[in-house]
Each structure stands twice: as C-alpha cells, then as structure tokens.
Design a protein around this ligand. Structure first.
Ligand code: ATP
Length: 319
C-alpha cells in the first residue's frame, strides 16, 4: 500500500478534524501518501482532492466541523455514481479509502468495498446511532452543548416559573436527548425508541408543581415529537406558562470535547494501522473502552441497542 484517500461524509460532527489529523499523521508516519477528498462522496465522484501534508492538518484538532468539508451525495447511492468514484480512485492510484461519517456513509463505503476498493469506516455522527460502538465522534460534544443550553434555559425557567420544552437533534434516534436529559436533570425525556404518553408528562409536571417546583424542563428528541405540539398539549391541559426552545445546529458546533478528540485520534490512527495490516471492509468502534472492528454487513444490519435502563434511571431521578 502506497497511497490512501480520506473523506468526511454525512452531517458534520465535532471531532472529525481530529480524526483527519490522526489519519494523515499516522499515514505519513508509516510512509504513506494521503489524498483528502473534499465534500464527501460528491468530491470523490468529481475528483476534488488535495495531497495532505503534515502541515495540512496543523491547528485543526480543536476546531469543530471538518476542513475537508462534507456533503450529502444522493448520486453516489446509485451504481453509476459509485462507478464514477471507482474511476477516480483508480486514476489517482488510491489503494484504500477511509470514510469518516455515519451509517449512511458506511453504506457508501460498503458499496465501494464490494467494487474491490479496500475501505474502513470511522464512526462520526452526533446522533450516536451506529451499532457496535458505544460512542461515535461528535456525540459527546453535542451532549455537552445541549447540557450547557439546558443550564442556561433553567435560569430563565426558574425566574419566570415556566415549563420549557427543548427540542434536540438526533434524526430518528434519542441518544442526545437521553444523555443530555440525564446530565441536565430534565423532568421528562421523550425519545423515539421508547413509547410515551403525554398524559404521563402532564401528571409529572403537576406533581412537581404540588411539591413547589418553580420550573420544569422537557427534552424532546426531534424524531419523537414536535416540541410545539408537546407544548400546545401541555398548555391546553394545565394552563401553565410553556415555552419552546429548538436548539438546532448550535448543538453540533464549537470546539470538540477532549473525549471526542481522544476518540477521534485513537480511531483515526487505528484505521491506518488496520489498512497497513491488510484488514478492510470493516468499521471501527469503541466497545467497553477497547477499539474493535465489525464487518460493514454485520454493523449495518444491526439496530443499536437503546439503553432503556439509563432512560429508566433518568425518570426515577426526576420524580
Ligand atoms: P449522519 O448520521 O450525520 O446523518 P450519515 O453518514 O448517516 O451521517 P447520510 O446522509 O445518511 O449521513 O449518508 C451520507 C452519504 O453517504 C449520502 O449522501 C450518500 O452519498 C452516501 N450513502 C448513504 N446511503 C448510501 C447507500 N445505501 N449506498 C451508497 N451510498 C450511500
């Protein structure tokens, strides 16, 4: 192996830059050349790349987003798009490709693997919805961003004796809502993985008011319900002062936490070592603190197991 490619794909996640840095530096350490493809699979199909040097990844470890840029590239989901990418890979003399992204990006990587390109997936998505890894790069930073926002909303919620319904990201998963809800002491957490009844949320609120609570925070994952409809239902049933805050894209911005930088550095470096040892067609993950590999087909066929026990704990602690 002489030359590898690296790209970031799907939604940006804080820590992607630390992963790119680790890939580039570890590859150069092994005497390999690295081509960085811009805009994910879009750039791969269109030959948008630069040769990455040690200096190309200087001063990026602390930055959110991705210096390689990222994109959604629907054309790549078709065989014609994948063939286009294959030609570029062959033309550039790329021997292997590292894909930093979420499960959609891993489907793309798996498609290239089937076409004969050695690929490795590095999990990076704030949604943390990839099976066979306890954490994906970016999740910890997003959870910290949301927890920080809850702390701030709590100040105004208490001062005005209000209920705040806060909507957080996660697409079809509730990991951010669960982790930030537990860390932020939310009264109720609504996630798509666990059925809920609004009547229970209302009862919980009313119990809180009876014992003198001045405010309440309800955390809603975007895939579970609309914060506005939850707020409307509470208003109608309780006549409480209910406000909505939709955190949006601030959740995925800002400097990555030390946890995400360390995770990204470990996974990025390990990805290069794996390729060096001839291993590919796999995603990397962190399970019980140890780096492990899982074949794409197995990883993509499995739903991540939602930690119902932690959900239960959050509910108990918010009685
Ligand atoms: P996030 O979790 O942040 O949304 P993701 O990697 O899951 O990240 P997607 O938008 O699902 O994000 O996928 C990113 C890109 O991966 C797509 O735009 C497309 O180029 C490629 N991709 C997704 N699904 C497939 C597929 N089935 N076959 C080939 N390529 C795919």
């Amino acid at each position: 192996m002489r030359r590898i490619g690296v790209l970031t794909s799907g939604g940006d996640a804080p820590g992607m830059n630390a992963a790119i840095r680790a890939v580039v530096r570890k590859a150069i350490y092994h005497g390999l050349e690295v081509f960085g493809f811009r805009r994910g699979f879009y750039g791969l199909m269109n030959g948008e790349y630069t040769l990455m040097r040690l200096g190309s990844v200087a001063d990026i470890i602390h930055r959110g987003g991705t210096v390689l840029l990222t994109a959604r590239a629907p054309e790549f989901e078709k065989e014609s798009g994948q063939k286009k990418a294959l030609h570029i890979i062959r033309d550039c003399g790329i021997d292997a490709l590292l894909v930093i992204g979420g499960d959609g990006s891993f489907r793309g990587a798996a498609a290239l693997e089937k076409l004969g390109v050695a690929t490795i997936g590095v999990p990076a998505t704030i949604d943390n919805d990839i099976a066979f890894t306890d954490y994906s790069i970016g999740f910890d930073t997003a959870v910290n961003n949301v927890t920080d926002a809850i702390n701030k909303v709590r100040d105004t919620a208490t001062s005005h004796e209000r209920v705040y319904v806060i909507e957080v990201m996660g697409r079809t998963s509730g990991y951010i809502a669960l982790a930030a809800g537990l860390a932020g002491g939310a009264e109720s957490i609504l996630v798509p993985e666990i059925p809920f009844a609004l009547s229970e949320v209302v009862e919980r609120l009313q119990r809180g008011v009876k014992r003198g609570k001045l405010h309440s925070i309800i955390l809603v994952a975007e895939g579970a319900a609309s914060a506005f409809s939850v707020a409307q239902a509470i208003k109608e049933q309780t006549k409480m002062d209910v406000r909505v805050t939709i955190l949006g894209h601030v959740q995925r911005g800002g400097t990555p936490t030390a946890f995400d930088r360390i995770l990204a550095s470990r996974l990025g470096a390990e990805a290069v070592d794996l390729l060096q040892s001839g291993c590919h067609g796999q995603m990397l993950g962190l399970l019980d603190g140890k780096i492990c590999t899982t074949p794409f087909e197995k990883a993509l066929a499995e739903e991540k197991h939602f930690p119902a026990d932690i959900y239960q704990l959050a509910a108990i602690l918010a009685i």
